[in-house]
Design a protein around this ligand. Sequence first.
Ligand SMILES: C[S@@+](CC[C@H](N)C(=O)[O-])C[C@H]1O[C@@H](n2cnc3c(N)ncnc32)[C@H](O)[C@@H]1O
Length: 234
Amino acid sequence: MNKNERPFIKSMFDTIAPWYDFLNRFLSLRQDVSWRRKAVKSLGLDEKNPKILDMACGTCDIGLEILRQNNSAHITAADFSWEMLKFSKKKISIKNKSKNFSLISSNALFSPFKNEIFDGVTIAFGIRNIVNRQKALENFYFSLKKGGKIAVLELTTPENRFLKSLYLLYFLKILPFIGGLFSKNYHAYSYLPESVINFPSSRDFLKIMKNAGFKNVKYKNFTFGICTLFTGEK
Ligand SMILES: C[S@@+](CC[C@H](N)C(=O)[O-])C[C@H]1O[C@@H](n2cnc3c(N)ncnc32)[C@H](O)[C@@H]1O
Protein backbone atom coordinates (compact mmCIF):
# COMPACT_ATOMS: atom_id res chain seq x y z
CA MET A 1 0.00 0.00 0.00
CA ASN A 2 1.39 3.38 -1.04
CA LYS A 3 1.69 6.19 1.52
CA ASN A 4 -0.72 8.22 -0.60
CA GLU A 5 -3.54 5.74 0.01
CA ARG A 6 -5.87 5.29 2.92
CA PRO A 7 -5.37 1.65 3.98
CA PHE A 8 -9.00 0.92 4.86
CA ILE A 9 -10.51 1.97 1.50
CA LYS A 10 -9.99 -1.35 -0.29
CA SER A 11 -11.38 -3.50 2.53
CA MET A 12 -14.27 -1.08 3.02
CA PHE A 13 -15.37 -1.47 -0.61
CA ASP A 14 -14.86 -5.23 -0.36
CA THR A 15 -17.34 -5.35 2.54
CA ILE A 16 -20.06 -3.17 1.02
CA ALA A 17 -19.92 -4.71 -2.51
CA PRO A 18 -23.07 -6.91 -2.08
CA TRP A 19 -25.18 -3.93 -1.03
CA TYR A 20 -23.53 -1.36 -3.25
CA ASP A 21 -26.03 -1.17 -6.16
CA PHE A 22 -29.11 -1.27 -3.96
CA LEU A 23 -27.81 1.45 -1.63
CA ASN A 24 -26.70 3.67 -4.51
CA ARG A 25 -30.19 3.67 -6.05
CA PHE A 26 -31.95 4.00 -2.71
CA LEU A 27 -29.78 6.71 -1.13
CA SER A 28 -29.61 8.82 -4.30
CA LEU A 29 -33.29 8.23 -5.20
CA ARG A 30 -32.04 6.77 -8.53
CA GLN A 31 -30.32 10.04 -9.44
CA ASP A 32 -27.06 8.09 -9.81
CA VAL A 33 -28.44 6.43 -12.97
CA SER A 34 -29.06 9.75 -14.72
CA TRP A 35 -25.72 11.20 -13.53
CA ARG A 36 -23.82 8.26 -15.05
CA ARG A 37 -25.88 8.60 -18.25
CA LYS A 38 -24.84 12.24 -18.64
CA ALA A 39 -21.20 11.46 -17.81
CA VAL A 40 -21.02 8.80 -20.54
CA LYS A 41 -22.84 11.09 -23.01
CA SER A 42 -20.13 13.73 -22.50
CA LEU A 43 -17.58 11.35 -24.07
CA GLY A 44 -19.48 11.57 -27.40
CA LEU A 45 -18.98 7.91 -28.27
CA ASP A 46 -20.14 8.02 -31.89
CA GLU A 47 -17.38 6.02 -33.57
CA LYS A 48 -17.36 2.22 -33.91
CA ASN A 49 -15.51 0.03 -31.39
CA PRO A 50 -14.31 2.76 -29.02
CA LYS A 51 -11.97 1.56 -26.29
CA ILE A 52 -12.80 2.98 -22.90
CA LEU A 53 -11.06 2.70 -19.55
CA ASP A 54 -13.44 2.83 -16.58
CA MET A 55 -11.21 3.14 -13.52
CA ALA A 56 -12.65 2.42 -10.04
CA CYS A 57 -15.39 0.59 -11.93
CA GLY A 58 -17.13 -0.80 -8.82
CA THR A 59 -20.02 -2.90 -10.10
CA CYS A 60 -19.62 -1.82 -13.77
CA ASP A 61 -22.59 0.54 -13.95
CA ILE A 62 -20.59 2.98 -16.07
CA GLY A 63 -19.47 0.21 -18.44
CA LEU A 64 -23.04 -1.01 -18.88
CA GLU A 65 -24.20 2.55 -19.55
CA ILE A 66 -21.43 2.92 -22.17
CA LEU A 67 -22.80 -0.18 -23.92
CA ARG A 68 -26.34 1.18 -23.72
CA GLN A 69 -25.10 4.24 -25.64
CA ASN A 70 -22.73 2.40 -27.99
CA ASN A 71 -22.99 -1.38 -28.12
CA SER A 72 -19.75 -1.78 -30.10
CA ALA A 73 -17.63 -0.36 -27.25
CA HIS A 74 -14.98 -2.33 -25.39
CA ILE A 75 -14.59 -1.45 -21.74
CA THR A 76 -11.52 -2.05 -19.64
CA ALA A 77 -13.08 -1.99 -16.20
CA ALA A 78 -10.48 -1.68 -13.44
CA ASP A 79 -10.77 -1.63 -9.66
CA PHE A 80 -8.59 -2.63 -6.72
CA SER A 81 -11.45 -4.27 -4.79
CA TRP A 82 -11.67 -8.00 -5.54
CA GLU A 83 -15.21 -8.21 -4.22
CA MET A 84 -16.38 -5.42 -6.54
CA LEU A 85 -14.72 -7.22 -9.47
CA LYS A 86 -16.27 -10.57 -8.49
CA PHE A 87 -19.68 -8.96 -8.28
CA SER A 88 -19.11 -7.24 -11.67
CA LYS A 89 -18.12 -10.53 -13.30
CA LYS A 90 -21.47 -12.05 -12.34
CA LYS A 91 -23.44 -8.93 -13.24
CA ILE A 92 -22.03 -8.53 -16.77
CA SER A 93 -22.39 -12.25 -17.41
CA ILE A 94 -26.10 -12.20 -16.39
CA LYS A 95 -26.56 -9.28 -18.80
CA ASN A 96 -24.69 -11.23 -21.49
CA LYS A 97 -22.11 -8.47 -21.93
CA SER A 98 -18.93 -10.25 -20.80
CA LYS A 99 -17.38 -10.13 -24.29
CA ASN A 100 -17.43 -6.31 -24.21
CA PHE A 101 -15.46 -6.15 -20.95
CA SER A 102 -11.96 -6.80 -19.68
CA LEU A 103 -12.06 -6.82 -15.90
CA ILE A 104 -8.72 -5.83 -14.39
CA SER A 105 -7.51 -5.73 -10.82
CA SER A 106 -5.62 -2.47 -10.74
CA ASN A 107 -4.86 0.49 -8.55
CA ALA A 108 -5.40 3.88 -10.23
CA LEU A 109 -2.05 5.00 -8.85
CA PHE A 110 -0.09 2.17 -10.45
CA SER A 111 -1.82 1.95 -13.76
CA PRO A 112 -0.54 -0.90 -15.96
CA PHE A 113 -1.89 0.56 -19.22
CA LYS A 114 0.21 1.52 -22.23
CA ASN A 115 0.54 4.97 -23.71
CA GLU A 116 -2.38 6.29 -25.84
CA ILE A 117 -4.56 3.21 -26.05
CA PHE A 118 -7.98 4.46 -24.89
CA ASP A 119 -10.46 6.70 -26.72
CA GLY A 120 -12.03 7.71 -23.44
CA VAL A 121 -11.51 7.40 -19.69
CA THR A 122 -14.14 7.51 -16.98
CA ILE A 123 -13.99 7.46 -13.22
CA ALA A 124 -17.27 7.75 -11.32
CA PHE A 125 -17.37 8.35 -7.56
CA GLY A 126 -13.82 7.04 -7.32
CA ILE A 127 -11.42 9.99 -7.46
CA ARG A 128 -12.36 11.36 -4.02
CA ASN A 129 -11.07 8.13 -2.44
CA ILE A 130 -7.63 8.62 -3.96
CA VAL A 131 -5.33 10.91 -1.99
CA ASN A 132 -2.86 11.57 -4.82
CA ARG A 133 -5.48 12.63 -7.36
CA GLN A 134 -3.02 14.31 -9.67
CA LYS A 135 -0.98 11.12 -10.01
CA ALA A 136 -4.11 9.13 -10.91
CA LEU A 137 -5.12 11.78 -13.46
CA GLU A 138 -1.61 11.75 -14.97
CA ASN A 139 -1.95 7.98 -15.41
CA PHE A 140 -5.32 8.45 -17.17
CA TYR A 141 -3.78 11.13 -19.38
CA PHE A 142 -0.90 8.84 -20.33
CA SER A 143 -3.18 6.01 -21.46
CA LEU A 144 -5.60 8.27 -23.36
CA LYS A 145 -5.18 8.80 -27.13
CA LYS A 146 -4.66 12.37 -28.41
CA GLY A 147 -8.11 13.97 -28.71
CA GLY A 148 -9.55 11.42 -26.26
CA LYS A 149 -11.89 12.59 -23.52
CA ILE A 150 -12.11 12.08 -19.78
CA ALA A 151 -15.26 12.20 -17.64
CA VAL A 152 -14.86 12.38 -13.87
CA LEU A 153 -18.12 12.12 -11.96
CA GLU A 154 -18.05 12.93 -8.27
CA LEU A 155 -20.30 13.70 -5.33
CA THR A 156 -19.92 17.31 -4.25
CA THR A 157 -21.41 19.73 -1.71
CA PRO A 158 -24.03 22.28 -2.91
CA GLU A 159 -22.73 25.88 -2.93
CA ASN A 160 -26.07 27.45 -1.86
CA ARG A 161 -25.94 27.85 1.95
CA PHE A 162 -29.53 26.78 2.63
CA LEU A 163 -29.29 23.69 0.41
CA LYS A 164 -25.90 22.94 1.87
CA SER A 165 -27.25 22.80 5.43
CA LEU A 166 -30.20 20.58 4.39
CA TYR A 167 -27.84 18.34 2.48
CA LEU A 168 -25.39 18.08 5.36
CA LEU A 169 -28.22 17.07 7.68
CA TYR A 170 -29.16 14.22 5.32
CA PHE A 171 -25.59 13.35 4.58
CA LEU A 172 -24.14 13.43 8.09
CA LYS A 173 -27.08 12.00 10.04
CA ILE A 174 -29.57 10.08 7.88
CA LEU A 175 -27.37 8.50 5.20
CA PRO A 176 -24.79 6.88 7.55
CA PHE A 177 -27.66 5.40 9.56
CA ILE A 178 -29.46 3.82 6.55
CA GLY A 179 -26.23 2.80 4.80
CA GLY A 180 -24.87 1.24 7.98
CA LEU A 181 -28.12 -0.55 8.75
CA PHE A 182 -28.12 -2.45 5.43
CA SER A 183 -24.40 -2.94 4.83
CA LYS A 184 -23.56 -3.39 8.55
CA ASN A 185 -20.59 -1.15 7.83
CA TYR A 186 -21.31 2.12 9.67
CA HIS A 187 -17.73 3.23 9.14
CA ALA A 188 -18.10 3.11 5.34
CA TYR A 189 -21.21 5.26 5.36
CA SER A 190 -19.68 7.77 7.82
CA TYR A 191 -16.53 7.91 5.70
CA LEU A 192 -18.68 8.73 2.63
CA PRO A 193 -19.85 12.22 3.84
CA GLU A 194 -16.39 12.95 5.23
CA SER A 195 -14.75 12.20 1.88
CA VAL A 196 -17.27 14.34 -0.03
CA ILE A 197 -16.95 17.30 2.33
CA ASN A 198 -13.15 17.15 2.03
CA PHE A 199 -13.20 17.00 -1.79
CA PRO A 200 -11.69 20.19 -3.33
CA SER A 201 -13.94 22.92 -4.76
CA SER A 202 -14.84 22.36 -8.42
CA ARG A 203 -12.51 25.16 -9.52
CA ASP A 204 -9.63 23.67 -7.56
CA PHE A 205 -10.29 20.22 -9.00
CA LEU A 206 -10.17 21.68 -12.54
CA LYS A 207 -6.71 23.04 -11.69
CA ILE A 208 -5.57 19.53 -10.72
CA MET A 209 -6.92 18.22 -14.05
CA LYS A 210 -5.01 20.96 -15.91
CA ASN A 211 -1.82 20.19 -13.98
CA ALA A 212 -2.18 16.56 -15.04
CA GLY A 213 -2.16 17.73 -18.69
CA PHE A 214 -5.85 17.93 -19.64
CA LYS A 215 -7.13 20.81 -21.78
CA ASN A 216 -10.64 22.26 -22.25
CA VAL A 217 -11.45 21.32 -18.66
CA LYS A 218 -14.99 22.13 -17.55
CA TYR A 219 -17.46 21.19 -14.88
CA LYS A 220 -21.23 20.87 -14.72
CA ASN A 221 -23.35 20.55 -11.58
CA PHE A 222 -26.25 18.11 -11.32
CA THR A 223 -29.12 18.01 -8.80
CA PHE A 224 -28.42 21.31 -6.97
CA GLY A 225 -24.68 20.60 -6.98
CA ILE A 226 -24.69 17.32 -5.06
CA CYS A 227 -22.95 15.72 -8.03
CA THR A 228 -20.50 17.27 -10.48
CA LEU A 229 -19.23 16.13 -13.85
CA PHE A 230 -15.68 17.22 -14.71
CA THR A 231 -14.62 16.84 -18.33
CA GLY A 232 -11.40 17.38 -20.24
CA GLU A 233 -9.44 16.33 -23.34
CA LYS A 234 -5.95 15.20 -24.23
C1 LIG B 1 -17.94 4.65 -4.75
S1 LIG B 1 -17.32 3.30 -5.69
C2 LIG B 1 -17.74 3.77 -7.35
C3 LIG B 1 -18.00 2.59 -8.25
C4 LIG B 1 -18.50 2.89 -9.66
N1 LIG B 1 -17.55 3.65 -10.43
C5 LIG B 1 -19.85 3.53 -9.70
O1 LIG B 1 -20.08 4.34 -10.59
O2 LIG B 1 -20.71 3.20 -8.88
C6 LIG B 1 -15.60 3.61 -5.64
C7 LIG B 1 -14.77 2.49 -6.21
O3 LIG B 1 -13.43 2.96 -6.32
C8 LIG B 1 -12.55 1.89 -6.04
N2 LIG B 1 -11.25 2.50 -5.71
C9 LIG B 1 -10.97 3.36 -4.72
N3 LIG B 1 -9.68 3.72 -4.75
C10 LIG B 1 -9.12 3.06 -5.81
C11 LIG B 1 -7.81 3.02 -6.36
N4 LIG B 1 -6.80 3.70 -5.83
N5 LIG B 1 -7.61 2.24 -7.45
C12 LIG B 1 -8.62 1.51 -8.00
N6 LIG B 1 -9.88 1.51 -7.51
C13 LIG B 1 -10.13 2.29 -6.42
C14 LIG B 1 -13.24 1.15 -4.91
O4 LIG B 1 -12.78 -0.17 -4.76
C15 LIG B 1 -14.71 1.23 -5.34
O5 LIG B 1 -15.10 0.13 -6.11
